[in-house]
Design a protein around this ligand. Structure first.
Ligand code: FE2
Length: 195
């Protein structure tokens, strides 16, 4: 069920996307070579590359991309963005693989306007996404947030959309299983007709 939390405790959209072939996407992930990011407080295996991250452009993620962009647009509208005047640009998209013992320390995805995570394969005990308070500037109701953190357990098919500047971490996966997710960043770009 789609939920948008625009006022408390942070700006967040929570939804479960049904009807997608997560197993097919998982097979695709397994066929992609990934490495670890050094020099950052994370031990998650990721497809991150400095030269660009475009995992959603793979045909296996076509339907997922449509579903994600739908929700990101809803979220932007909830934030007061006039989507008649802006379009959503995917800045980057990558796969994160969290085996036993993996985690990510607090970080954010600024300067991207919006970010999301989608779980291709995850159980609720494989590391919560923990979001902190966002100190927003560009969205009209961002100032309404209160102090506090929100803990969101992962689950297969789960999508979480939040402001790119929201500090967040991923708790440790203490299970024997592996959590696989897609992370994306977006910008809201003013349409040329509006400039
Ligand atoms: Fe992140």
């Amino acid at each position: 069920m789609l939920e948008v939390h625009a006022l408390w405790p942070t700006l967040l959209l929570v939804d479960d996307i049904e009807g997608l072939d997560n197993l097919k996407m998982l097979d695709t992930v397994k066929s992609i070579s990934v490495g670890t990011v050094k020099g950052w407080d994370s031990n998650i295996i990721t497809s991150f590359k400095r030269e660009g991250n475009v995992i959603l452009e793979h045909k296996a993620f076509k339907e997922l991309t449509v579903e994600i962009l739908n929700r990101v647009e809803i979220f932007a509208q909830e934030l007061g963005v006039d989507m008649g005047r802006y379009y959503i640009k995917i800045n980057d998209s990558l796969v994160n693989i969290g085996k036993k013992g993996t985690f990510q320390e607090f970080h954010d995805h600024s300067p991207s306007d919006l970010s999301c995570v989608y779980y291709i394969d995850a159980r609720e005990d494989q590391g919560d996404l923990v979001l902190g308070q966002f100190n927003g500037k560009i969205f009209k109701n961002a100032e309404s947030t209160l102090d506090g953190r929100v803990h969101l357990p992962p689950k297969t098919g789960g999508l979480r959309v939040f402001l790119g500047g929201t500090p967040h971490q991923v708790n440790i996966n203490n299970t024997e299983g592996t959590r696989v997710s897609i992370a994306c960043n977006f910008d809201l770009i003013k349409k040329e007709s509006d400039i």
